[in-house]
Write a protein that binds this ligand. Structure first.
Ligand SMILES: [Zn+2]
Length: 191
């Protein structure tokens, strides 16, 4: 998009230069006509007088043509300027869009960080509520076994960590829900 805007800008500049060139040429031809008219009024030779008239006519016709060409160039310049303006708008639009996307990314990153902060704070609160022994044990197990270290026991008495059937004794304790019960096989905490 940016390249297109630059191309349009170049086209406008090119047309403006062409118009200046045409105007320069017209200017030259007008001063030539001026010279011919001066010569015409000063000369005494009929042949030269006639030649001056011809030159003036010829040059005036050339100026007419150049002026028509200039009008055409001016029309093309108008169109090119409009097209340039549109392309600049598009560049600005796409820049704005890009900025909006970046801003959205920034906001997401901020939200993620806030979420993480909240979870960390929540975990600290929960950890504070757990007796120190249990917390220490939990953290040791987390390191040696990886999470989760507290696993559910299903209704048939399978450990949610290693899937082995736990002993009847352990099963009763889990169902009782009053003490910490470990899986006999993987030693994860059952609930
Ligand atoms: Zn187990």
């Amino acid at each position: 998009i940016k390249q297109k805007a630059l191309d349009a800008k170049k086209e406008v500049a090119g047309l403006e230069k062409d118009i200046r060139d045409v105007e320069g040429t017209i200017e030259n031809k007008r001063s030539y006509i001026g010279k011919m008219k001066t010569l015409q009024s000063n000369t005494r030779k009929n042949e030269e007088y006639q030649k001056c008239i011809q030159e003036v006519e010829k040059t005036e016709a050339a100026i007419d043509e150049l002026e028509n060409a200039e009008l055409e160039l001016m029309e093309r310049l108008e169109t090119a300027k409009e097209s340039l303006a549109q392309k600049i708008f598009k560049v600005q639009d796409s820049q704005k869009e890009m900025e909006e996307i970046l801003a959205r990314f920034d906001r997401t990153a901020e939200t993620d960080k806030q979420l993480l902060d909240n979870l960390t704070a929540e975990r600290a609160d929960l950890a504070a509520a757990i007796p120190e022994d249990s917390l220490g044990e939990y953290e040791r197990m987390t390191k040696s076994k990886g999470v989760p270290v507290i696993v559910p026991m299903d209704e048939k008495g399978h450990c949610g960590g290693c899937h082995m059937v736990v002993t009847d004794n352990a099963r009763m304790k889990v169902l009782g829900g009053h003490e910490t019960v470990y899986c006999d096989n993987c030693h994860r905490i059952l609930h």
